[in-house]
Design a protein around this ligand. Structure first.
Ligand code: NAP
Length: 467
C-alpha cells in the first residue's frame, strides 16, 4: 500500500510520501537505542513534566490535528476533536499516575521471610524500544494509549502507523519532539507493512504492540514469537449488544445507534451484533431502524454529518461483500444496504440494519467494519449468553438489563475482555482495555497497560545469618 493521504470523502490523493529506506531505518533504530540508554534512567517527575508538556501542546493543536485526521481517514470532525481531547486526558492521567502505578511493591513480610530474605520488593524497569504497529481508525488515540504509558515507564517508541495516515503519524513525532523529549525517544517510521519483520527482528527492538486486523496480528506475533519478544495484540471485535426486557428501551435504542456508527462504524469496540429478547424485539427493531435510517451521511467536515465515508475503497468493498452475502442467504434489510444516492465521490455506505441473521452468513462470524448492524431475536438469558459468545472474537460486550442476577450471569459467562451494563463500551485511561480469543491478548491503559512493557524485577536481599 503506498504511503499517502487520500481523502476518503472524495477519493482524491492529496499527498504521497516516500518510504523510509534501509539507511533511514538503521539511523532511527540506532537513535532509539541511544535514546533508551539515557532516557531509561530519567526520574518519574521529569518524565511527567515532558508528558504534560506534550499534552499541553496537543491541546493547543486540537483543531489542526483533528482536521488532519478527518482528511486522512474520514471521521466526522467533531469526533476527531473529541479524539484529540481524549488523548490529552490520557497523557495527563499517565503523567499524574505513573509514579503510583510503577511504585515498588513490597510483598507480605511473612512470605518474604519464608523465601529466606531479609527484605524483598518488586521493581518495574523499562524494556527498551517498543515497536508500535498501529491502525488508521483512531489515528491519534491508538498511538497515544500506547505512547503515554510506554514513555512514562521509561521505554522509547517506534511508530509504524497505517499507510493511509502519514500526516498524523508525522505529527506525533513532531509533537513529542517539541515537548522536549530527547532525540530518538519517539520516532515515526514511514514504512509499509513488509518492513515490519526486519525491524522487529532487530536486537535493538525489545517488544511490539499491534492494534489492527487478525492477519496483521498473527504475522507480528509469529515473528515476535520466533524472536522471543513480548507482544500486546489488540485485534478485531464483533461485540454483542444484548437487550433484555428490564432495559430502559429508549436509552438502549439511542445508545445502540451511537455504539454502532461511532467513527463511521469503524471501531473495534463498536457494538456490531444486536441480540434482543423477544419481549422487546419488535419495539427495539422498529425504533433502532428508524434512528439508523435518519442519520445524515455526508461530508465529514460538516457539523451536520453523523456518518462520514469509510476510510478506504477496499474497506467499503469488503463491507459490501459481507452485506451481499447475508442478503443472498436470506437476511432482511430493514434499512440501508447500499451506497447512498447522490454521494458519487468518496467511499460512503448507508447506515444499515440486517435482520434474520443465520450462522451460515459470513457476517455472523466476521467483523463488519462499517455502519452495518445485525439483529438477532432470542427467547431467554441462556440463548442470549450463548449467542453473545458465538463469535471468534472477545473484545468487549454491552448488556442492557436492570436485573442484578442477569448482570452477574454475564460477568461470569461472557467471553470478552469487558462487559458494560446499561451503556456502551468506551475506553478510559483508568480502566484496562483488551480482549480474549481472536481479539488478542494483553491489556492497554490503567496500571495493567503501563506494566505490559516493563521488566518486572524481583529484588531480593538475603538475610544476614549474624543478625
Ligand atoms: P490492518 O490492516 O491490520 O493494519 C493495522 C496496521 O498493521 C497498519 O499499520 C498496517 O500497515 C499493519 N499491517 C498490516 N498487515 C501487516 C503485516 N502482515 N505485518 C505487519 N504489519 C501489518 O488493520 P486496519 O484495517 O488498519 O484496522 C482495522 C482493524 O483493526 C479492525 O479489525 C479493527 O477491529 C482493529 N482494531 C482493533 C482495535 C483494538 O483495540 N482491539 C482498535 C482499533 C482497530 P499498512 O497500513 O502499511 O498496511
Amino acid at each position: 500500500m503506498p504511503i499517502a493521504t487520500v481523502n476518503p470523502a472524495t477519493g482524491e490523493t492529496l499527498r504521497t510520501f516516500e518510504e523510509l529506506g534501509a539507511d533511514g531505518i538503521e539511523r532511527r533504530l540506532a537513535a532509539a537505542a541511544a535514546a533508551f540508554r539515557r532516557y531509561r534512567t530519567t526520574d518519574l517527575p521529569e518524565r511527567a513534566r515532558l508528558m504534560s508538556r506534550a499534552a499541553d501542546l496537543l491541546e493547543e493543536d486540537q483543531e489542526a490535528v483533528a482536521r488532519t485526521m478527518t482528511t486522512e481517514m474520514g471521521k466526522p470532525l467533531a469526533a476527531a476533536r473529541a479524539e484529540a481531547a481524549k488523548c490529552v486526558k490520557a497523557m495527563r492521567w499517565y503523567a499524574g499516575h505513573a509514579e503510583i502505578l510503577l511504585a515498588d511493591e513490597e510483598p507480605n513480610e511473612t512470605e518474604v521471610k519464608d523465601s529466606g530474605a531479609a527484605r524483598a520488593r518488586v521493581h518495574y524497569r523499562p524494556l527498551g524500544a517498543v515497536l508500535a504497529v498501529m491502525p488508521w481508525n483512531f489515528p491519534l488515540w491508538q498511538v497515544i494509549r500506547f505512547a503515554a504509558p510506554a514513555l512514562m515507564a521509561g521505554n522509547v517508541g517506534l511508530l509504524k502507523h497505517a499507510s493511509n495516515v502519514p500526516q498524523t503519524a508525522l505529527y506525533l513525532e513532531d509533537l513529542f519532539g517539541r515537548a522536549g523529549y530527547p532525540e530518538g525517544c519517539f520516532q515515526t517510521l514511514l514504512v509499509g507493512s513488509r518492513a515490519v519483520e526486519g525491524i522487529l527482528r532487530d536486537p535493538r527492538v525489545a517488544a511490539a504492540t499491534l492494534t489492527g486486523s487478525e492477519p496483521a496480528g498473527r504475522s507480528v506475533a509469529a515473528v515476535a514469537g520466533d524472536e522471543i519478544k513480548k507482544t500486546v495484540l489488540e485485534l478485531g471485535g464483533s461485540d454483542p449488544y444484548v437487550v433484555l426486557p428490564s432495559a430502559d428501551l429508549d436509552r438502549a435504542v439511542r445508545t445502540a445507534v451511537t455504539a454502532r456508527v461511532q467513527n463511521n462504524g469503524q471501531s473495534c469496540i463498536a457494538a456490531k451484533r444486536f441480540i434482543v429478547h423477544a419481549d422487546v424485539y419488535d419495539a427495539f427493531a422498529e425504533r433502532f431502524t428508524a434512528r439508523m435510517a435518519a442519520l445524515t451521511v455526508g461530508d465529514p467536515m460538516a457539523d451536520t454529518t453523523d456518518v462520514g465515508p469509510l476510510a478506504s475503497e477496499q474497506g467499503r468493498a469488503d463491507l459490501e461483500e459481507l452485506v451481499d452475502d447475508a442478503v443472498r442467504l436470506g437476511a432482511t434489510v430493514l434499512c440501508g444496504g447500499g451506497r447512498p444516492a447522490g454521494l458519487t465521490r468518496g467511499w460512503f455506505y448507508e447506515p444499515t440494519v440486517l435482520a434474520w441473521i443465520t450462522p451460515e452468513m459470513r457476517i455472523h462470524r466476521e467483523e463488519a467494519f462499517g455502519p452495518v448492524a445485525t439483529l438477532y431475536r432470542v427467547n431467554g438469558l441462556d440463548e442470549a449468553v450463548e449467542l453473545a459468545n458465538d463469535t471468534p472474537f472477545g473484545l468487549s460486550s454491552n448488556v442492557w438489563t436492570r436485573d442484578p442476577a442477569e448482570q452477574e450471569r454475564f460477568v461470569r459467562d461472557i467471553e470478552a475482555g469487558g462487559v458494560f451494563f446499561n451503556g456502551m463500551t468506551a475506553s478510559h485511561p483508568a480502566l484496562p482495555f483488551g480482549g480474549v480469543k481472536r481479539s488478542g491478548y494483553g491489556r492497554e491503559l490503567s496500571g495493567h497497560g503501563i506494566r505490559e512493557f516493563c521488566n518486572v524485577t524481583t529484588v531480593w536481599h538475603g538475610a544476614d545469618p549474624d543478625e
